[in-house]
Each structure stands twice: as structure tokens, then as C-alpha cells.
Design a protein around this ligand. Sequence first.
Ligand code: 6MZ
Length: 348
Amino acid sequence: MDNEADVFYRELPKVELHAHLNGSVSFQTIEKLIHSKPQLNIEHSMTAIGKGQRRTLDECFQVFKVIHQLVDSEDDIFMVATDVIKEFAADGVKYLELRSTPREEITTGLTKRRYIETVIQAIQQCKKKGVDIDVRFLVAIDRRNGSQVAMETVQLVEEFFLSSDGLVIGIDLSGDPTVGHGRDLLSALQRAKNSGLKLSLHLSEVPSQHDETDLLLNIPPDRIGHGTFLHPEMGGSQGLVDKVVQKSIPLELCLTSNVKGQTVQCYSDHHFKYWYQMGHPVVICTDDKGVFATDLSHEYKMAATTFGLSREAVWKLSQQAIDYIFAPDSVKELLKQKWRDLQPQEFK
Ligand code: 6MZ
């Protein structure tokens, strides 16, 4: 049974800006995929990290490999994207930026182009069916694949940027942060930026990435994913913090992901506190709601209970996230109106 607080957080209109498609696949959808591919012998314990469990970040990346085995055709991608969009909508998310890395699979005939087209079709289908959520797509570059793949991805995305009616709006840089170096991806990212694509970059997700972060901040990105080790208390530096503050780059913060992936020791140690107290733009996100067994309502609730935020402050936090979306101002205005319509009288 949901208690009153759960209802408040679910009904709170929310913006989700950091959600990896294949990390967001729910238990129910994984169940369908397991049934359709019994020969893989995959069990639920291999695709999600349950309550109270933790893994190293390296182990988390093994989990994505297992999910990729289950999601390897156009049909799978369409189902997964449709389910994920509906689940976010059911959780009170009104605007979603979904990110995913295009893959090719020789056995199923999947190409990177078809991958992107299929995600777009799923978004369009949900819209047609009246699912109450505005969804955009950030195409991801997996840092492990190096400079050439990064450049090819940007070139492909430029085409969709022009032809997808505003659905494909940006690039995400993600993947195992311990593999590869940002300097190899710099020219592809710069090209994307010059083409008008928005950039969300995973930066300082692990310690000792000072040089890479400093370099990539010069582009500059439009948003930062995690930024866990940016600030001096986490081994970062004041210089990095100053750059982020001076350029006013919003941070996408994913509490449960960081705790379960063990880059942050516990919720109360989360860098949300550092940036939020400073008044810097932050957005609460899920990262991988399937893998980390969470949802956005739960993330807001955890932030509020851990850091003592009032309901009014929580409302403000979700409302301010509208300013950091990549869709144009006309969309921001529509969302702001939606928030005004839904806002309880006592917070007005
Ligand atoms: C960095 C992450 C990530 O693209 O196949 N991904 N990259 N840090 C994280 N923190 C936990 N969580 C997910 O979704 C899965 C892919 O998203 C990236 C990884 O590249 C992972 O393979 P897609 O839809």
C-alpha cells in the first residue's frame, strides 16, 4: 500500500534528464525478454541490483552487457523503449530525455541507423497513443569505442537532428569511465556542439579524472552527468568547481545509482548536498532505473528525506529542472504552464 508520502512524490510532476534506455528496463520487461530468449539462461539477479545490494562500478558494466544480450533486435528495442516511456509516464514524469548507444547486431540485422529510427518510432507511437509525456532522444557515445566511432556517431546524429522533427536533440558521452580518454573524443564532441546538438557529458564519475574533466569543460558541455569527484572534498579541485559554476552548467545527479555503484559511500555523503547548498543548478535523475531498481519518485523522496527538504523545496526542485532541458523555449513554456496548473495552492 502506498502511503501519503509515496502518493505525493508520484503525483509530483517531474523531469527526467539522465536515463540510459537499456539500464532503465523494468523487471516486467526483462521477464518478457528472458522468456523470449530461454537459450541465454539469463536470470533476474543478473540484470538488476536489488534493495540493500551494492556492486562495484565494474560489475555494473557487466550487467549492461547481459541486458544487451537480451535486447538485440529492432523488435526488442521497440518494446523496451515503449515500456520504459510508459513507466516513466506512470511515475509522473512529464518530460523525459532518453539516452541510448546505437548498436549493430549482425545476427539480427540491426544497424545503428535502424537502432536510432526504432527508438524514434517508439517515441512517436507513445505520443500517438496519448501517453502524457514529452520524450526526446540523446544519442550516446560509448567512450570505450574511441575517436572514429565517436565521429561516425556524430555524423549520423546530425542527419537525425535535421530530420526527426526535434526528437533527436543531443549527444551523451557515457560508458565505463575507467576506459578510454576524453581527449580522443574531443573533436567529435566539438563538431556536435558546432552543429547545434546539445551535449551532456559524464564527467568525473570516478576519481582522478581531473585533466580529462578540465579539457572537456572547455567545450563546454550543456549539462554534466554525475560530476561526483569534481569538488575538493571528493579529491577534485576548486578550479574545476569554479569552471562549472562560472559556466553555470547544470548537474544531473543520480543518488541511488551512485550509492549502489559504490562511487558514493551512503546517501548522506552524496554530492547533491554540496551543489544544492551552493544554489548551483542540479536535477535529480535515475540513471538506470531498471538496473538500480528505483524510479524518479523514489529518488526525489530519498533526496528530501536525506537532506531535509520541505515539500515546497521538492516542488521547486522539480520545477527548476524545466530550465535545464534541451528542448526549445516553447517546450519549456508549455511545461511551466503544466506545473502551474498542477501546483498545490499552498506552494503558490
Ligand atoms: C556511465 C553508463 C552508466 O546506451 O545501451 N551507462 N555510463 N556511467 C553509468 N553509471 C552507472 N549507466 C549506463 O544503456 C546502457 C549503457 O549506458 C551507459 C553504458 O554505456 C551502458 O552500456 P544503452 O541504452
